[in-house]
Design a binder for this molecule. Sequence first.
Ligand code: ADP
Ligand code: MN
Length: 515
Amino acid sequence: MDPVGVAAAPDAGPGPAWQSKCPWGASNTTSISCSLADVMSEQLAKELQLEEENAAFPEVVAVAEGPFITGENIDTSSDLMLAQMLQMEFDREYDAQLRREEKKINGDSKVSISFENFRKVHPYDSDSSEDEVDWQDTRHDPYRADKPTTTPRKGFIGKGKDITTKHDEVVCGRKNTARMENFAPEFQVGDGIGMDLKLSNQVFNALKQHAYSEERRSARLHEKKEHSTAEKAVDPKTRLLLYKMVNAGMLETITGCISTGKESVVFHAYGGKSATEDKVIPPECAIKVFKTTLNEFKNRDKYIKDDYRFKDRFSKLNPRKIIRMWAEKEMHNLTRMQNAGIPCPQVVILKKHVLVMSFIGQDQVPAPKLKDVTLSSEDMKKAYYQILNMMQQLYKECNLVHADLSEYNMLWHDGKVWLIDVSQSVEPTHPHGLEFLFRDCRNVSQFFQKGGVAEALNERELFNAVSGLNITADNEVDFQAEIEALEKMNEDHVQNHGKKLSMFSSDGDPPIYDE
Ligand code: ADP
Ligand code: MN
């Protein structure tokens, strides 16, 4: 059963008295009416055919793109959350009961029956990492018959003139009628399923297509309604995660969205109370939600698939898990930076693709990015030296290269610069680590040179100052060629010696490139 279908009930129009009393009863009222003319229309059938061909996997589309819930309707959507939580509770009890019955029936018997298939495996139910197959879930696929057909593979039953093939009109008609059960719940098929109704293939196919298009149409409408501020959106699962955090008291309130990027949405929240005494939740938090729409992350593969910390896991994972890995990576990197004393958000908690950290800013106002703030020349100089220092610390103490360092990912707060956005940060021995570092240096150097800091090193000098390397090329092209040569050398070394750690002494000194 679809929990969202249940949750939609309060929105439905007025129904009979018994429906308004029963919270679950009203879902029928969202029925979609259709005329016979609609169903039989040639034109429609053709369109539907096209649509069907264009979207082979309706479920995937529905999960990936919506229905989104926006940051602006927090109050009404918590009804949805509430309904989902109730549904979850209900499902859990139902499953527990099933298990009890299963146990009772089976007793000590050697042969046992299983009710496994009747469980309401709830998509939100489990916190384990194994629960994320639902994005390719086909449970409601109207094209997939639930039970295997009873006609054997040879295609017929019986002998001689009593032969019954799978094309038999009666058998087929009954089967078609039964298959109507697989249509979306809101598509009313009447009680034909209870009668001995036989639908011809033609009628069944027309109905099937219509049911399917109605399902998609209703999904689209729903999506449109909720999509009005799509940029600020998170999907229902994420909302549930957030809701749980609020519910557990860890967060006081989620006030709104501070940023929507291609790969993440960031919210502000007031911190609540920690379950454990030793951990203090900051008064204000930033919640970074890594977007689960998968496409944007494809161009970021290069940051993670060559990072040996994640390499082994990368190849085996589905896209959703890879997104979680970004969140995890950001958490690890922030922790390293925190330990080195670099000003950066402090990690509060990581839940799947949602990372909660301390908020840089005050009273819901995030600290401005370096690109947006106008600093006095004195502060500008101060900021420059601080960043030079941080880059060295990052490299030498954290063994990291930011890899997206620029005035966009540095915040000015409390009279100093704070580094954020480190999900893509890599270790210097990453196959492209030094190239990333060079790019960072170029951004920083250009920003401060344009900003009038006369002392600012140029990008090549900065690179050497941060890495401790001594690349002498005096032009960019040669410099980059040398960087790539070093990276190549490192890779060859790894090929021959099998481990990257050999590039570092165990106490975290910088890599030694010339052996
Ligand atoms: P993206 O990958 O979308 O660039 P960021 O981590 O850079 O993600 O976050 C986007 C924006 O959200 C930042 O530019 C900043 O304005 C805001 N932001 C992110 N983290 C915090 C934080 N801890 N405190 C305050 N603002 C933050
Ligand atoms: Mn950013």
